[in-house]
Design a protein around this ligand. Structure first.
Ligand code: ADP
Ligand code: MG
Length: 703
């Protein structure tokens, strides 16, 4: 008999009904190569065969339905790219039309007038007639009824697969064959205490019912179990990584709370820390005196006061004779941090410098020297800090602001800047939905600043369409008359750079006409300007010398000008929710009532309407990030930070938030019982983990 191991790694081409050609197509379209992949090639939906609809029973609910009927006519309409195939379809109660825009020839060759079919899809009422676009269609025959007793699984397919005759039904049959063959070797991979407590189906039963559910209830149970399983193993991987990082990465102990920190706290800090700031600072301090490397992420909404927490953490390093860095994603932001830190530390003997891509050679030499001999205590900068030639005498902590824009590899570079890796503190620009934080940063410790400094007024957000521009201009005049300042932001994205740039220029000229000198002063900042020019313009705005700052999203993160109280966002439909929220966060930083006006065109997609509505309704960054996740999905939200860990087969970070939370709790519990899963109760869990995830992390840590 074949060994079990071998069986799971057999190529699907050897499975009945597949063969070499289809195997190739399956691999190309879905990455399904081996038996074990096919087991986890889950249906995308199910047709409930217990329910058939008649045409006169259809409702516009958006739900997919199946209907039995007969094709009575087939014809083509339009030509060229607008060509489509239409068919009339009827049952005893009425008729409807079916439409295909793609795969016309294929469909045409498959359907015949007068034959009976089962169709499946979303019916829509259009001009008093029921229509279905791209329905799935299968001939009704005696022979293909075998899998239709209850629920029928529908598998994702590709045009090519369909052409090779590999329909959902054939896939379903192949998987049935596979399950029959492989089931004696499927073992339970969850610890028995979890299966018992959660009353989960066994793994075997779950895999069976996900592919061939006996009933809706069986299907729901199979899903519940498999979603949990997927999250549980992902969380185990992340937690094991965290534990092993901690074990491996001893770091410097910052025991002392000394003169620098205390002086700052007593004599310089211009306000009281919020409760949340105090709590987070305490968490950071705990980490830094633990002897293990800190890898902590601080999340907080825009304006929650992350910078001060960063600064005070750095002072703790200084008190223990270490140097500190603060790294920002853009030059402007680095400049701002530098200015404000320098200002706050003016009366101390702490030496702060800034290093960016545009630092001049001579200054650069000075900085290099100061870092080596330890006379520079705090270095603020952009990723220029990461370069190998930047060498510290004794770096103790590295703060990375607005993490989104730094990759993991860059984070790792920081580790090499001292004999032991320095402590790492990551600050996010905007809140990340809990589920994403857990699954993307599950190897980091997490602190949340969930409280804004007192006295902040809610920013009033309004959505205006083009026709109300005059009102907006009058409003700006009124605010400027009160002594306030205004940002006007234009989108500028690389793919559309030329057009966007032209719009920005046009916008700028129009604004100058509406707000002429010498009564008003308007400045402009964009990414193509020289760093020194940008800096000058920003500084003049920060000093209140200009009334209006026209800008691209270079001002998106971090910029802090408390007297600016109006944020106008042009073509707001082109920004994502997090970006809009981040831009809005540039105002509302002083004591005055602030406003954010979203300007859009007339015709708005559903998504855009939802985004505008969300912005108008809430100022809460955590709520906004959740909404953004729903709209864009985890991949887009996190940009390039993709890893194998994110490719969930059945679990969804959007739909299964509670399940993730529960899986994490269980993963923590399992590791608390048995930190390297070496007890007998975890034997099969460990085995599965190693088999399934060994590519993702090295296994030294659990052996
Ligand atoms: P973010 O979290 O967006 O980086 P910042 O650190 O830039 O926020 O802080 C926003 C503003 O709030 C700054 O002007 C800062 O000085 C001020 N601030 C921070 N903490 C407090 C506090 N506890 N009380 C009052 N103002 C605060
Ligand atoms: Mg900030």
């Amino acid at each position: 008999m074949q060994s079990r191991e071998h069986l799971f790694h057999t190529s699907v081409e050897f499975l009945k009904g597949i063969g070499a050609k289809r195997a190739q197509l399956l691999a190309a379209a879905f990455g399904v190569r081996k038996y074990k992949d096919l087991l986890q090639f889950f249906p995308s939906k199910y047709i409930d065969k217990t329910q058939f609809f008649h045409i006169n029973e259809l409702v516009n609910s958006g739900a997919e339905v199946q209907i039995k009927g007969k094709i009575t006519a087939i014809f083509e309409e339009g030509s060229g790219r607008k060509k489509r195939l239409k068919a009339e379809f009827e049952d005893d109660t009425g008729s409807m039309s079916l439409t295909w825009f793609q795969g016309i020839n294929f469909v045409k060759s498959k359907i015949k007038i007068g034959k009976h079919y089962l169709i499946f899809g979303k019916p829509k009422l259009f001009n008093h007639e029921w229509q279905m676009m791209h329905p799935q269609i299968e001939e009704l025959t005696e022979g293909n009824d075998k899998f239709r007793a209850g629920l029928q699984a529908i598998y994702p397919s590709s045009e090519k697969l369909k052409k090779s005759g590999f329909s959902s039904l054939v896939i379903s049959k192949s998987i049935y064959g596979l399950l029959e063959q492989i089931h004696p070797y499927l073992y339970e991979n969850l610890p028995s205490y979890i299966v018992r407590e959660q009353k989960f189906l066994s793994r075997k039963a779950a895999l069976f019912h996900i592919h061939h559910p006996k009933s809706q209830r069986h299907l729901a149970e199979a899903k519940r179990r498999l979603i949990f399983e997927e999250f549980y193993f992902q969380q185990l991987v992340l937690l094991l990584k965290k534990i092993s990082n901690k074990k491996k990465n001893t770091s410097f102990v910052f025991e002392k709370v000394g003169a620098h920190f205390n002086h700052f706290f007593k004599n310089i800090l211009p306000f009281q820390l919020t409760g949340a700031q105090q709590r987070v600072l305490k968490e950071i301090h705990q980490d830094m005196k633990s002897g293990q490397q800190m890898n902590r992420m601080v999340q907080g909404d825009v304006g929650s006061g992350k910078t001060i927490v960063a600064l005070m953490s750095m002072l703790l390093a200084l008190d223990n004779d270490f140097q500190a860095t603060l790294m920002a994603p853009t030059e402007i932001l680095a400049q701002q941090h530098y200015q404000s830190i320098k200002e706050m530390l003016e009366t101390t003997d702490i030496h702060v410098r800034i290093l960016t891509g545009s630092t001049k050679t001579k200054e650069r030499r000075e900085i290099d020297e100061g870092l080596r001999d330890g006379s520079i205590h705090i270095l603020v900068g952009t990723h220029a800090i990461l370069e190998d030639k930047v060498v510290f005498k004794n770096l103790g902590i590295s703060v990375i602001d607005e993490q989104h824009r730094f990759g993991v590899a860059q984070r790792a570079k920081m580790w090499k800047k001292n004999t032991k890796p320095p402590h790492i503190l990551i600050m996010t620009a905007t809140p990340i939905p809990r589920t994403l934080a857990m699954s993307h940063y599950g190897d980091l410790d997490l602190s949340v600043i969930d409280e804004l400094p007192p006295g902040r007024k809610e920013i009033v957000t309004r959505h205006f369409k083009e026709n109300r521009r005059l009102e907006v201009i009058q409003f700006i005049r009124k605010e400027i008359a009160k002594g306030r300042q205004v940002y006007i932001v234009y989108p500028l994205i690389e793919e559309n750079e030329k057009m966007d740039f032209a719009n920005l220029q046009k916008g700028f000229e129009a604004i100058i006409r509406d707000f002429p000198a010498p009564d008003y002063s308007v400045s402009i900042v964009h990414g193509k300007m020289k760093a020194s020019d940008k800096e000058r313009e920003m500084n003049e705005f920060a000093e209140g010398k200009t009334d209006i700052m026209v800008a691209t999203t270079v001002i998106e993160v971090g910029v802090n000008v408390p007297n600016a109280s109006v944020m106008i966002i042009e073509s707001a439909e082109r920004f994502g929710l997090s970006q809009l929220h981040q831009l809005r966060g540039r105002v509302g930083r002083g004591s005055e009532q602030s406003y954010c006006l979203l300007m859009t065109g007339y015709k708005l997609s559903k998504d855009t309407q939802f985004r505008m509505k969300t912005m108008v309704e809430t100022n809460d960054g955590f709520k906004i990030s959740e909404a953004d996740l729903t709209l864009r999905g985890p991949g887009d939200l996190m940009g390039t930070r993709q890893s194998g860990m994110m490719d969930f087969k059945i679990a969804s970070l959007i739909k299964n938030r509670e399940e993730l939370q529960m899986a994490r709790q269980y993963a923590i519990k399992s590791l608390e019982k048995d930190h390297n899963l070496s007890l007998a109760i975890h034997e099969m869990t460990r085995k599965y983990l190693i088999e399934s995830y060994k590519k993702i992390i090295g296994w030294s840590q659990i052996s």
